[in-house]
Design a protein around this ligand. Structure first.
Ligand SMILES: [Zn+2]
Length: 461
């Protein structure tokens, strides 16, 4: 049964935190009570001795797109995020692994991180017995948040790029850690300030005695550009290395010993962990189809097949035109040894596959294969040289009109380099049509006629 009344209050608190990229997590009373008990036992029984044994925690990943299924957090980013997460938590002897396949959810409101939607709908998607992490994409709201009421973590895609620590910070909350500046959130004054000399460290701030006093509740670059003063007049700068502070991601590198002990005890209390997970780095699967250098592949419904690797949880498949891995056409996790993907045009494509276990996502790809598509299904011949379509100026700057003009009427399709349709319209002969681009990048402008297609590359800087 969800605590509805408690939740409505916390939603108001989230509203107040909108329009920033902070973390509005508020630990529940139950969590805080558990933590106070744990912390008081540190003083009576001492810190639990660190075991060499690693505890494995299953994570269910949910990737949210908008109603059209756009804006997903990429598989590459997710695998890197899991790899980084495990690196951050290794000193705590905690490791995370895929509980099961990724779920994709198309929902405009969840995509925007809407608090009501998270409260009322995320429960429908949750997997019991796992940490549930949702990646969403839009909105000016918070970077990451742990909602104790529904026990889910939400992270904005753009806040979990390479070297980001947002997910690490939010999982710290999941396992009961408060901010190092606990009590100061939203610019409040907690009344009792944690002292620099540690005299009141159990009863002020985060209650941990090996995290330094910290009063800064806005994001800061390290070292803090100004100096703090405690109530005894001692001046200091807070510790930027702790994940649970608001220092910039690149300043953060650790949990304290007491924080790590608290998380280990919390994991045990939640009984969701396991004693093993498969952390092996697997060999690269042998690619089967399309055959290397096959030059006659229809771009519609291309069948990709590779050999099974024993112990694989899933296969990470990437396809890129010209082998340019900065512009990937498909970046998917496949739980079988075959899948069908749509490509487009008459182009050179390169593909590669990596086998992963459920707990090790840091490996790299092996060799890739190349094949060539031929758009023959409709009988159309694609050409770069036909002088039907003019696109100018090219290259062009952003927020500047690009002119399209053709000798004969044609159906225009403008696609980005990933093949997504940006615009389509009918171009009348010898009539200038102007288009504005709001994103820089390489575009392909197709001019389709009954018997042919001509295509122009357009670079928007
Ligand atoms: Zn936080």
């Amino acid at each position: 049964m969800k605590p509805f009344i408690v939740l409505l209050f916390s939603l108001l608190a989230f509203g107040a935190n909108a329009q920033n990229t902070y973390c509005p997590t508020k630990l529940s009373q139950d969590q805080l009570q558990w933590l106070r008990q744990f912390q008081s036992e540190i003083d009576t029984k001492g810190l639990p001795s660190q075991s060499a044994v690693i505890t494995y925690v299953p994570v269910k990943f949910h990737i949210i797109g908008n109603n059209e299924g756009k804006g997903y957090y990429s598989v590459s980013s997710l695998l890197r995020a899991l790899c980084d997460l495990n690196e951050d938590f290794l000193p705590a002897r905690l490791q995370f692994y895929f509980a099961e396949a990724i779920s994709y959810i198309d929902d405009d409101e969840l995509y925007a991180g809407n608090s009501d939607a998270i409260w009322f709908r995320s429960e429908d998607y949750k997997k019991d017995g796992a940490v549930n992490v949702f990646f969403h994409g839009a909105g000016m709201q918070w970077c990451g948040v742990y909602f104790p009421g529904v026990d889910v973590v939400f992270v904005k895609n753009s806040c979990q790029g390479s070297t980001a620590t947002t997910l690490t910070h939010e999982l710290g909350h999941f396992f009961s850690l408060p901010h190092t500046f606990s009590g100061w959130e939203g610019g409040n004054d907690p009344g009792v300030w944690e002292r620099l000399d540690g005299a009141n460290c159990r009863n002020a701030g985060d209650g941990f005695c090996d995290t330094k006093a910290d009063y800064v509740s806005q994001r800061w670059s390290c070292p803090l550009p100004w100096t703090l003063k405690d109530q005894t007049g001692a001046s200091f700068k807070p510790d930027s290395s702790i994940y649970m502070s608001y220092s910039s991601d690149q300043c953060q590198s650790r949990f304290s010993e007491e924080q790590m002990a608290a998380m280990r005890a919390n994991v045990a209390a939640r009984s969701i962990s396991t004693l093993t997970a498969d952390v092996r780095e697997l060999p690269t699967p042998k690619l089967v189809s399309p055959q290397n250098l096959d030059s006659n592949i229809s771009p519609n419904a291309v069948n990709f097949t590779w050999r099974k690797v024993a112990g694989a949880f899933a296969y990470h498949l990437q396809v890129a035109r010209f082998g340019d891995w900065n512009f990937i056409n498909h970046d998917v996790l496949v739980y079988d040894t075959t899948t069908v993907l749509n490509l487009f045009g008459t182009w050179e494509y390169t593909w590669r596959v990596k086998a992963i276990t459920n707990a090790y996502s840091c490996g790299s790809f092996g060799a890739s294969d190349t094949f060539y598509t031929k758009e023959t299904a409709s009988g159309l011949v694609q050409t770069e040289t036909q002088n039907v379509l003019k696109v100018f100026p090219n290259p062009t700057g952003g927020s500047q009109f690009v002119n399209l003009e053709a000798n004969e009427a044609c159906e225009i399709e403008i696609r980005n380099v990933q093949g997504s349709l940006i615009q389509s319209f009918r171009l009348e002969p010898k009539r200038l049509h102007q288009v504005m681009f709001d994103k820089s990048g390489l575009y392909l402008v197709y001019c389709k006629q009954a018997e042919s297609v001509s295509v122009r590359k357009l670079l928007v800087d």
